[in-house]
Unconditional design. Structure first.
Length: 528
């Protein structure tokens, strides 16, 4: 029952958040904080053995399939500098700050904390970026960073933790473990992606294909972790390949898969942000005898260190490559200070940091308590909350204030119209070839209908460039879609009335309604 209430409540708050200017993750965290003190609400402790293998793979899969392999490849340098370089830099910089600030905190334990809070969770940032129309390059960089940075942080955490608990760790060993995790994770993904895609294209039943789709991220993660490679990278590689080749799967599977994964992502993202807020009583109880004033000072100082470390990395990583490489200067536009500022400020931390923190063992080798474990949990929690609240609330007005150039909608529509025109010409030529064969003979009205549908699809994009209706303000395309839906709605009412009068049965009604649903979906998609 508590789990059911968590999912249902999170979904309701997230849905309400879509009607407000406040990002949904912030409302969910705030609701979790408030509900955590309601009498009778049980403690929700983040179990890393649940969060990492069960929640992380599907979230990574949905983010990767929503990304573009070609766009990520084009932005490989900034993505790599953030997802690998920045995470390692933040681990050392924030860890050193914690070591210098907190009396009695060993450097190894401080580096553990640095690795825990190093990876930003860009779910909220990319949602804001899309909603406010940030340039696609910034959105791609934030997406790409969020796909890979967890792998870097988890590996850095394991190396730092080995040193902290007394297992022994060297720079050479740490680099070797990092390379094994990175190369191994990519290799596992490359090995799995081809047979998994082959299987997807061979299964002809959409239900089976979508069942396989739900299992793929968990399988890729488990196989990679079994060989001590990065499950994160394995999931990302497989998902990017499947998304890049999704056109080879039949339309019914794509329609169903899109709906299924949107629902999964909505439920999981809503739940994990609510879980962040619900951790407060658990974290505060563990804080024990620490002075509230001192703990608050550590929290504020290290939050500022996390924010500053990102700025200290992003600006040099943006401008130094241009200064050092004439090829980069010739190939890329000269960046302004605005884009790095937004990327630096969009460094909100999330549930992965808390899950990693809760995986810190209670004792080191020899049985002694892990140094300052409870304080590290508290500081991780305050860093996550601080970045989500401070940066999450201020990011939308910051983007509006900086006034990034809006996308050229006319040029975008012209490019779409050109692509549709080329495709329509190819389709028309193929139709002529088919109709020339007597085995494909069709009555004139049906052949004309095929040509009419093709012409409608070709003209729909151009009509968006036309003038609006002087009475309604609608474009021709919008009017067409509205009238199409009205006609389909009239048909649907008749079918339901015939079923209620027992002239047709429910099975026939479902068949007829599905046909109308597909026609309505086609009419809607034609207009984008």
């Amino acid at each position: 029952m508590p789990l059911l209430l968590l999912v249902a409540g999170s979904a309701a708050i997230a849905a309400a958040g879509r009607r407000t200017p406040v990002p949904a993750p912030l409302l969910l965290v705030a609701a979790g904080l408030a509900v955590s003190y309601v009498p009778g609400v049980p403690d929700y402790t983040l179990d890393p053995h649940v969060v990492l293998p069960l929640l992380l793979p599907p979230l990574l899969h949905t983010a990767a399939t929503d990304s573009s392999y070609l766009d990520l490849r084009a932005q490989l340098r900034p993505v790599a500098l953030l997802s690998v370089g920045y995470v390692l830099f933040a681990t050392v910089a924030v860890g050193w700050a914690a070591y210098a600030l907190v009396p009695g905190l060993p450097l190894t334990a401080a580096l553990v904390f640095g690795a825990v809070v190093a990876p930003p969770d860009a779910v909220a940032a990319t949602a804001v970026a899309r909603r406010l129309g940030l340039p696609s390059r910034i959105t791609t960089i934030l997406q790409g960073e969020s796909l890979v940075n967890d792998a870097t942080a988890i590996t850095a955490f394991r190396v730092a933790l080995a040193a902290a608990v007394g297992e022994g760790a060297s720079w050479a060993g740490g680099i070797g473990e990092f390379l094994l995790a990175a190369v191994g994770g990519v290799a596992v993904g490359l090995v799995l992606m081809v047979p998994l895609h082959w299987l997807r294209t061979r299964l002809k039943e959409p239900l089976l294909q979508n069942t396989l789709s739900l299992l793929i991220p968990f399988a890729a993660y488990a196989v990679a972790e079994q060989v001590h490679a990065s499950g994160v990278l394995a999931v990302v590689v497989v998902a990017l390949h499947l998304a890049h080749r999704a056109w080879e799967v039949d339309f019914a599977t794509r329609l169903q898969e899109d709906a299924v994964w949107k629902m999964v992502a909505f439920v999981l993202e809503s739940s994990v942000f609510a879980l962040i807020g619900l951790q407060l009583p658990v974290v505060l109880r563990g804080l024990g005898d620490y002075e509230p004033g001192a703990a608050a000072w550590y929290a504020v100082a290290l939050f500022l260190a996390v924010v500053a470390a990102r700025f200290l990395w992003v600006y040099p990583a943006t401008f130094l490559p241009r200064m050092l490489s004439a090829r980069i200067r010739a190939r890329e536009e000269n960046p302004t200070w605005k884009a790095p500022f937004v990327v630096s400020w969009a460094g909100m931390r999330g549930v992965v940091s808390l899950a990693i923190a809760f995986s810190i063992p209670h004792t080191v080798h020899g049985g002694a308590p892990f140094p300052e474990r409870d304080l590290i949990l508290f500081l991780t929690f305050t860093t996550v909350i601080g970045t989500l609240v401070v940066q999450g609330v201020t990011l939308p007005p910051l983007i509006r204030l900086l006034k990034f150039p809006a996308r050229d909608e006319r040029a975008h529509t012209l490019a779409e119209a050109n692509a549709q025109a080329q495709a329509s010409r190819a389709a028309e030529q193929r139709l002529d070839e088919l109709l020339a064969d007597e085995r494909n003979a069709l009555p004139g009205p049906l052949a004309d209908r095929l040509r009419t549908v093709l012409e409608r699809r070709r003209n729909a994009v151009w009509e968006r460039l036309g003038q609006a209706n002087p009475v309604t303000g609608e474009s021709v395309d919008d009017t067409y879609r509205r009238l199409s839906r009205e006609m389909i709605g009239a048909e649907r009412e008749v079918f339901v009335r015939l079923r209620d009068a027992r002239h047709i049965d429910d099975e026939m009604l479902r068949t007829l309604l599905r046909r109308l649903d597909l026609e309505e979906a086609a009419a809607y998609r034609e207009g984008g």
